[in-house]
Design a protein around this ligand. Structure first.
Ligand code: CP
Ligand code: NVA
Length: 304
């Protein structure tokens, strides 16, 4: 695997391979078995948006793999003053062994990959969040013992999370039903991809229709990073798109809940549902570390 730019680029076999390696690395870390697979390597972490989980899990993950993470905020880099991404990519390729970038436009990530000569890992764009989805799939498989044949349900905005979950679920044999208000649908490229999977993908206007018999229910904030100015408008648009006890009653009795975090209790999810599923949600947060270590090994490792 050269890069991780978006879930659409991965084959089903590559997704499963990352999940298997993530499980192995998690086991090794829990049992004190060192795995300094990336000794001597450096990974730049470029952040153009805020982060808690992504930053810390990449930094700690790179350290555990024997490598060096370098935290870079765009506001402290020349890229933040207008230096073209094409030049930044070619310069950083001469120092680093890989770059993780969190930014707005997917094109910026693709440009880094096209102009640079080192692996690029997408740490979230407006279009997708592949690292998060790999951790989500890892967590679902951990709790349910399998992915194939399960039903995922996503309630809310057709944002980076919904886009990536649709692709990730379908590539691993799950079916997925989503519910979103008019005007907040997933990206057309994702809808085109999902079309190939027939009735394994379905899109509804009401959460009640989407959640029926779901094995896993997922939601995300109504206003993503960069959309803070639309928060009030979005609160109105997403009225009724809350994951609450009444909605969960329509899912399978043993349905699990995932949330990439940060969560807005009382908006997209109620406090009681969040707390009832806190073990699953915080395991998901932990699994960012293990899944991303697997991604780093596959992208930066010598035996890729
Ligand atoms: N879920 C996630 O990506 O969290 P951060 O924004 O804290 O990195
Ligand atoms: N959709 C959210 C995810 C945060 C991890 C955002 O883009 O802000």
């Amino acid at each position: 695997m050269k890069h991780l730019l978006k879930m659409l680029d991965l084959t089903s076999a590559e997704v499963i391979d990352i999940l298997n390696l993530a499980d192995q690395l998690k086991y090794e870390q829990k049992h004190g078995i060192p795995h300094k697979i990336l000794e001597g390597k450096s990974l730049g972490l470029i952040f153009e948006k805020a982060s808690t989980r992504t930053r810390v899990s990449f930094e700690v993950g790179m350290y555990q793999l024997g490598g060096q993470p370098i935290f870079l905020t765009s506001k402290d880099m020349q890229i933040g003053r207008g230096e073209p991404v094409q030049d930044t990519a070619r310069v950083l390729s001469r120092y680093l062994d890989g770059i993780m970038i969190r930014t707005f436009e997917q094109k910026e990530v693709e440009d880094l990959a096209n102009y640079g000569s080192i692996p690029i890992i997408n740490g979230l764009t407006d279009f997708c969040h592949p690292c998060q989805i790999l951790a989500d799939l890892m967590t679902i498989r951990e709790f349910k013992g399998k992915l194939d044949g399960l039903k995922m349900c996503f309630i809310g905005d057709g944002n980076n999370m919904m886009n990536s979950l649709i692709v990730g679920a379908l590539k691993t044999g799950m079916s997925i039903a989503v519910a979103c208000p008019e005007g907040y649908e997933p990206h057309p490229d994702v809808l085109a991809f999902a079309k190939e999977y027939g009735d394994k993908f379905s899109m509804f206007r009401t959460p009640r229709e989407a959640v029926v018999d779901a094995d896993v229910v997922i939601t995300d904030v109504w206003a993503s990073m960069g959309q803070e100015g639309e928060a009030e408008k979005r609160k109105k648009a997403f009225d009724g798109y809350q994951v609450n006890a009444e909605l969960m009653a329509l899912a399978k009795p043993d349905a699990m809940v995932q949330h990439c975090l940060p969560a807005h209790r009382g908006e997209e999810i109620t406090e009681d549902v969040f707390e009832a599923h806190a073990d699953e949600i915080f395991e998901e947060a932990e699994n960012r570390l293990h899944a991303q270590k697997a991604v780093m090994v596959r992208c930066l490792g010598d035996d890729k």
